[in-house]
Design a protein around this ligand. Sequence first.
Ligand SMILES: [Zn+2]
Length: 301
Amino acid sequence: MSSEAPAGGIRKRTATEGRDLTRPQAPEPLPIPVYDNHTHLEFEDGFDQPEPVESLDLAESVGVRGVVQVGTDLETSRWSAALAASDPRVLAAVALHPNEAPRLFAEGLLSSHLSEISRLAAQPRVRAVGETGLDFFRTGEDGRDAQIESFETHIEIAKANGIALQIHDRDAHDEVVATLLRVGAPERTVFHCFSGDERLARVCNEHGWYMSFAGTMTFKNAPALREALTVARPELVLCETDAPFLTPEPFRGRPNAPYLLPHTVRRMAETLGLPLDELCARLAENTERVYGLWDPETDEA
Ligand SMILES: [Zn+2]
């Protein structure tokens, strides 16, 4: 792992209107280190954007020892794989985002791009296929067939490589579940930024699917998410930032980054009525079960 880390800022968050773009100060460190199960370090947002390595240093200083860096198209998937190859604190997930699929299909590029995702998925530090799934919020009726076809192929790629699946599910719970059952879910299947209620949590419990909670679970208007967390089987619970989006309270709307994950973890512990160190240990253990070890050299020493 001597290759150089790729520079960040290859994507830029454009929604800046009415937002406070300063970076929140670092929270108190967690007592036991955890992992950010889903982040986008390639994205620039707000003032004083740190390079990916600086972002990882800051995260590590508050008890976020590693991240899953997630691609959403070919360029960001390649970038994610390159970052993972250069830094022991990073594992990668590669995929074409569900909202990309209809456009790629229309341009006749979907199958060639999927072949490239399949090639990337074979790299040793690529440990998940994602984010893939269904998004009926941004994609209309006419894009659904392409989206479902793309999702099905991603599921096959995850299974063929024996790696995890990270699902993006927006306003599409029933169809996501139906697709997983029809095609056969990979052994480790994760609902990234879990957005369901206790009903979907029970479905995940039944099938052994993981639920990754993001900053949304700290939001005032999200009692259903907190209820889902209390219903979820303890061994299926994960945590993530989805940075630079979905910044946890009390900083909602400001630029998000992996170092802000402790706010979400603390709120999860409070919701579950668990000591913080107990929850942290559980989250770390669950994460390693899904993706494997980040740095076998250190971890096995
Ligand atoms: Zn994401």
